[in-house]
Design a protein around this ligand. Structure first.
Ligand SMILES: [Zn+2]
Length: 74
């Protein structure tokens, strides 16, 4: 199974979070959901899991350099 990632640098956040999570999709969704709740203060809802799914990118898209921010979807 191909690995995927979520990259907090992609979206604006109050803490300017730089966390990247890479792993298999179910691992990334679980870790990113817990991270969104504990660090970014998102409510723990089914909608949050849907939102996390929409943040997923292929792991090959990872680039250690600076990244342009995109507006938060939705
Ligand atoms: Zn973050």
């Amino acid at each position: 199974m191909a690995r995927v990632m979520t990259d907090c640098r992609r979206f604006p956040s109050e803490s300017n979070c730089s966390l990247v999570i890479i792993g298999e999709e179910d691992e990334v969704v679980r870790a990113a959901t817990e991270h969104a709740i504990s660090v970014h203060g998102h409510p723990d809802t089914p909608e949050l899991r849907e939102e996390v799914h929409s943040f997923i990118e292929p792991a090959e898209a990872y680039n250690p350099g600076p990244r342009a921010q995109e507006p938060m979807p939705g």
